[in-house]
Design a protein around this ligand. Structure first.
Ligand SMILES: Nc1nc2c(ncn2[C@@H]2O[C@H](COP(=O)(O)OP(=O)(O)OP(=O)(O)O)[C@@H](O)[C@H]2O)c(=O)[nH]1
Ligand SMILES: [Mg+2]
Length: 396
């Protein structure tokens, strides 16, 4: 019985998540900068290396290539191998950039517009030339009406001193940028055994997210691979909203048997969280995650364990055979399930727990424990304790 219910629930979640991904608006980013500054390395560290490695590039202008991958809601306008030497080259490129941005905004294809411009300057080159500043100023002026945020990433910033110095040079140009962020996108090996660890990409990702409109922000949070906090924040917002929804829905019949009856609200919540983490690379992986987590937590979530746990928590509830739980309790269960799911996905994301582990007995045990502990906190999202269970007798 529980098995069947779980499979149904898992199927529902898998299909909702797939759907969420399919309807996700495409994120369009343009990356500019001279050849070798580290554009591809930076993009890899933000989105994982699959796009640059497996994406298909199509030239848009003489210098700009649009890179895309099937079923991946990201288009990257890249400028590979760009040798910019003088004012002439910059003027030509700024025309290409401005034309693309304008065309994307005026082509009447919804969601085709460029959402962000990332300009990369190599800190190790010690240079930010007047022609570069003029180039950026020109683009900013010519595209002002489209409100495309321009972020300047100082790449290969392994020296603190160089970073400080070059940053003040860039700042002195007083360009209307959305931010200047020093990064080291990949660990830098100075000498055998001496390594400067990568940094800054997390901050850059947070800034990018802040600069994007909300619908595109969701796409970005699902796709980015550099900032777990951002995903968790988004996921927890979904949990809070769902718990509030469950509270508003009011009394929910609590099943007595082991049947894991997850109400649609909770299914939507779990799907939303899964999407925020950006896991569904393919259906089988997604199946493993959902089966492993919900299969374990879900059975606990609304099965016998939850009843007895709640009965232990709430004095005077007695041995309700078929109790109806109040809105407050429904919210608390939803909240616990959501928080537990976020915790588990975070573990998987960080690599503290492997995909394979999710379906082992030990993995299941861990998941159940996380959920039970979460439930024991007896808290609502607003920190208030769980309300009482109302006994209504048998519900057969
Ligand atoms: N260790 C380390 N190496 C980097 C970093 N960024 C760039 N590099 C190195 O610099 C070289 C050029 O980096 P790419 O990312 O290919 O530069 P690009 O701007 O994409 O270059 P083009 O596509 O040719 O315009 C590569 O050898 C990278 O490994 C970094 O953050 N850390
Ligand atoms: Mg490149």
């Amino acid at each position: 019985m529980a098995e069947i219910m779980n499979k149904e629930v898992v199927d529902r979640i898998v299909s909702i998540v797939k759907n969420e991904f399919e309807k996700m608006p495409k994120l369009n980013i343009m990356v500019l900068g001279k050849t070798g500054v580290g554009k591809s390395t930076l993009i890899n560290s933000i989105f994982g290396d699959t796009l640059v490695r497996t994406g298909v590039g199509r030239p848009v202008t003489s210098d700009i290539v649009r890179v895309e991958k099937k079923d991946f809601p990201l288009a990257l306008y890249d400028t590979p191998g760009l040798e910019l030497r003088g004012d002439n080259d910059f003027t030509q490129l700024s025309t290409q950039v401005t034309d693309i941005i304008r065309d994307c905004f005026t082509d009447d294809i919804e969601g085709n517009e460029i959402h962000l411009l990332l300009y990369c300057v190599n800190t190790a080159s010690h240079r930010f030339e007047p022609s570069e500043a003029a180039f950026l100023r020109l683009i900013l002026e010519n595209t002002r009406g489209y409100n495309v945020p321009v972020i300047l990433a100082m790449t290969q910033s392994f020296s603190k001193k160089d970073t400080r110095e070059l940053k003040s040079v860039i700042e002195s140009e007083k360009l209307p940028l959305s931010g200047i962020v020093p990064v080291l996108a990949a660990d830098y090996f100075i000498d055998a055994g001496i390594c400067k660890p990568a940094y800054g990409v997390e901050e850059l990702v947070e800034l990018i997210s802040d600069m994007l409109p909300e619908t595109i922000q969701n796409t970005f949070i699902a796709l980015e691979r550099a900032n777990l906090e951002l995903k968790v924040k988004k996921a927890r917002a979904i949990v809070t909203a769902s718990a509030a929804g469950a509270a508003a829905t009011g009394a929910v019949p609590l099943p007595v048997a082991d049947a894991a009856v997850l109400v649609p609200e909770q299914i939507a919540m779990l799907a939303g969280i899964t999407a925020a983490f950006g896991f569904p690379v393919d259906k089988s992986v997604l199946m493993t995650i959902v089966t492993g987590t919900i299969g374990s937590a879900g059975a606990v979530a609304l099965g016998r364990t939850v009843v007895s746990t709640l009965l232990n928590i709430i004095p005077g509830a007695g041995t309700a055979a078929g109790a109806v739980i109040s809105g407050g309790t429904a919210a608390a269960i939803t909240y616990a399930l959501g928080e537990a799911y976020v915790k588990i996905l975070s573990k998987v994301y960080r690599g503290d727990m492997g995909f394979e582990e999710l379906s082992t007995d030990a993995g299941r045990e861990q998941i159940s424990n996380i959920f039970r502990n979460q439930l024991r906190l007896k808290r609502l999202p607003n920190g208030k304790p769980v309300e009482e269970i109302k006994e209504v007798g048998s519900d057969d």
